[in-house]
Design a protein around this ligand. Sequence first.
Ligand code: DGY
Length: 327
Amino acid sequence: MSKFKVFIEKSIADEIKEYISQYCDCKFWDYDKKISREELFQELKNVEGLLENGERIDEELLSHAPNLKIVSNSSVGYNNFDLKAMKSRGVMGTNTPYVLDDTVADLVFSLILSTARRVTELDSYVKQGKWNKNDEKNLYGIDVHHTTLGIIGMGRIGRAIAKRAKLGFDMDVLYHNRSRKYDLESELGTKYVSLDTLLIQSDYIVLMTPLTDETEHLIDYKEFDLMKDTAIFINASRGKTVNEEALINALKNKKIFGAGLDVYDVEPVNKDNPLLKMPNVVTLPHIGSATARTRFDMDMRAAKNLVQGITGKIPQDLVPELKSADN
Ligand code: DGY
């Protein structure tokens, strides 16, 4: 029996390759360099499945892939999907929820702590031989424990952050979300508030909302103006949920104390981006879920979604917008 043809655009573990190969005739992109759009179009000519990470799946790409049935993202975010184009061509799209929640929540906390306590700034200070006993007061940071954390976007990752904040750091947790999470409110005492109230009252503001048409530039000049001048802003969602110019303006003009960023408007971030020169900004290269174990679990989940879709099943992580009334 001839197998289904699939293209795997990212490097994955041998064990996962073997799993997919049981069901599919696979081609792997095993080069160190990222595949170009043109190269990808070539690879998609005859395939029925694609496993990838963050490729723009739009009308242009789909027009080069007439047999494509499923695109399996190895990420929880799926803002790379043009849902309308995929729907109109009947192409399924999946993501990898659940397996990365705690890993991303850990990273968010490392951004909170390192920004508040100036960890990366002071690490370079020591390594550059600048440590001077008389300098102590210039090294002060701000407390994390017993302060107020505001989480925008209370999904599974938001919950994992709230748990760490409440149980580990005795923080009061405010949240803003499309829907209320009553179970979380009774479990952890988190408080649902309007976006403005959250921005006004929080010491730490964590943006975790997915990027959609509604959330693009959710945090803009007006929102930074509402924040405390001692606030720390953390973004581990997608860069475009924030107007980056407004963020730079807020930091330059000391409207907020600092920022911890894992995501940017353009990635990899431009070398000239002023955020990279600011000592009160901790910058990471979009590594929210990047531990070896979690990335393996994400790739395996993506592989299972791919195989399910290609073999005629409804994949377990078919994204809600692409579900039809009967699945
Ligand atoms: C995700 O899974 O969406 C993370 O941001 C990694 O891309």
